[in-house]
Every structure is written in C-alpha cells, then in structure tokens.
Design a protein around this ligand. Structure first.
Ligand code: CO
Length: 134
C-alpha cells in the first residue's frame, strides 16, 4: 500500500541553526523558512536526491510540536511520511487492520497542498506516521 518515503520531519528548537547545519555542514539544498499557520509550524524544506527532510519549529500557541520539544529539548525525529495513491482507500484498509487514525479521521490538506492523515505511533513501532496522497 505505501509507496515512496516522501519526507522525514525533525522538530527543532532553533530553525536557523538547524538549517545552517543541513546547508553548511551537510551540504544540502535548504529552502527559506515557510510559515504554515494552519499547521502550527514554520518549516525549512531540505531537498535530498531521494526524499526530503522537513525541519519544524513551533508557530503559534497550539503548535502540535510544542509538547514534543518540551520532552525533547534539543529536537528529534517527529514523523515519517509515506506516499499513498488513494488516501481514503488507505485509511479504510488501515482501520480495517486495527490501526488508529489521529484526529477526526478525515484527511486534511498538508504542508504540500495534498491530503494527509496521521496514524497513531503506538500502532507503528513508536513512530508517528503521516500518509500523503500524491
Ligand atoms: Co509531514
């Protein structure tokens, strides 16, 4: 069901420092910071030949990653995103298999303008999984 790894998201306490690490130390192509108020994050996109890394900084009061950073002060891997062809078919199949979908179970438009859902980390080896229809 799942296809390519679309991105790995890393929560960071200092976006400029993290962007500089990827740009200068690792020699990757990094975007300017992009505010995504609907998602409660400011993001820097790191483009790799085979996938993307998204550096996430909390934005606003109800950021979904603020709590994560409280527990992981120096930052850490927040989620992985896998591509699916049909997000509703994928969701129905996952629910049928006993996986839990976060939120109301309806896809939302994600950071790339495409429908996404998040799956409960306890069902996936302790890793928050995002699926994105491409
Ligand atoms: Co994501």
């Amino acid at each position: 069901m799942i296809g390519r790894l679309n991105h790995v998201a890393i929560a960071v306490p200092d976006l400029e420092a993290a962007a500089a690490t990827y740009r200068d130390t690792l020699g990757a192509k990094v975007s300017a910071p992009v505010d995504l108020p609907d998602h409660g994050v400011t993001t820097v996109f790191v483009e790799l030949p085979n996938t993307k890394i998204e550096l996430l900084l909390p934005l606003g009061d109800n950021s979904p990653i603020a709590k994560f950073l409280e527990k992981n002060a120096s930052g850490g891997m927040h989620h992985v995103c896998y591509e699916v062809e049909d997000i509703l078919a994928a969701r129905d199949k996952l629910v049928e298999q006993g996986a839990r979908i976060l939120g109301d179970g309806e896809p939302k438009i994600g950071a790339h303008g495409k429908p996404v859902l998040f799956l409960h980390p306890k069902d996936f080896s302790g890793t928050l999984v995002e699926i994105e229809q491409v």
